[in-house]
Ligand binder design. Structure first.
Ligand SMILES: C[S@@+](CC[C@H](N)C(=O)[O-])C[C@H]1O[C@@H](n2cnc3c(N)ncnc32)[C@H](O)[C@@H]1O
Length: 238
């Protein structure tokens, strides 16, 4: 499918996540056989290593990354932001169920204009969101701005799978053909789950994401691929 651009993209994404909010977690669990939590855990391990302080989870959606941060003793508290009120409602309900209300504050806001002063957070994370923001460069600039000097920016995102080996041929086919069917079946939203593989195919390769992070002012930028090379975790330090 053709992907919308800039403001049109932001509007499209906000409406789409609003529509699928109540089914988002179920689809994540079915599509990854429950593995998505382990990737956020690994990204969180990398974020909190040898660091402590406040965390910010950007484009938190239903809050899984924020909750993972909140469970760590190195994290004194978490602020988590998204521009979809429907996704945040699911996140709030989950927070109450897990009895972590005192550790996380969810707020409505835009990843491209974070409502925080410079140098505020020790950890700034974002999961499965970079593809969805209207512009990745400004998103990293904002995450870098609000990170404290020495703090980390850590992202977890799909990365395009390209190659001639059997898996690299199979995965894009599977993603393009099976994901929309699962979306239709379990979320009654084929379009949202057609957008997903299209947005991954159209997204920057991991090396390019690393150089966008460096341009945003992050140092020691490194990435590692997980989930058979379908996801990348990027870490940079301010
Ligand atoms: C695929 S979900 C990821 C949710 C969550 N981070 C996770 O790990 O599952 C993408 C989220 O990005 C949010 N989003 C996209 N662009 C945004 C922006 N400019 N500001 C705030 N949230 C944004 C959407 O509302 C949606 O909740």
């Amino acid at each position: 499918m053709a992907l919308p651009q800039s403001q049109e993209k932001a509007d499209y994404v906000a409406v789409m996540f609003g529509r699928i909010a109540r089914r988002y977690d179920l689809l994540n669990t079915v599509m990854t056989a429950g593995r998505h939590h382990s990737w956020r855990r690994l990204a969180t391990d990398l974020a909190v290593a040898r660091l402590e302080g406040m965390g910010l989870d950007v484009a938190t959606g239903t809050g899984d990354f924020a909750l993972e941060l909140a469970r760590r003793p190195q994290v004194s508290g978490v602020v988590a932001l998204d521009f979809s009120p429907q996704m945040l409602r699911v996140a709030e309900a989950k927070l109450r169920r897990k009895r972590l209300e005192r550790r996380v504050e969810f707020i409505l806001g835009d990843a491209l204009a974070l409502p925080f002063p410079d140098n505020t957070f020790a950890f700034v994370t974002s999961g499965f969101s970079l593809r969805n923001v209207a512009d990745v460069g400004p998103a990293f600039s904002e995450m870098t701005r609000v990170a404290k000097p020495g703090g980390k920016v850590v992202t977890l995102e799909f990365t395009p799978v390209k190659g001639r080996d059997p898996f690299s041929r199979f995965f894009p086919w599977y993603f393009r053909n099976v994901t929309p069917r699962l979306g239709a079946l379990l979320a009654a939203d084929r379009e949202a789950y057609s957008y997903l593989p299209s947005s991954v195919e159209g997204f920057s390769p991991a090396e390019e994401v690393a150089s966008i992070m460096e341009k945003a002012g992050l140092k020691e930028v490194a990435f590692r691929k997980v989930a058979l090379g379908t996801l990348a975790i990027h870490v940079g330090r301010k």
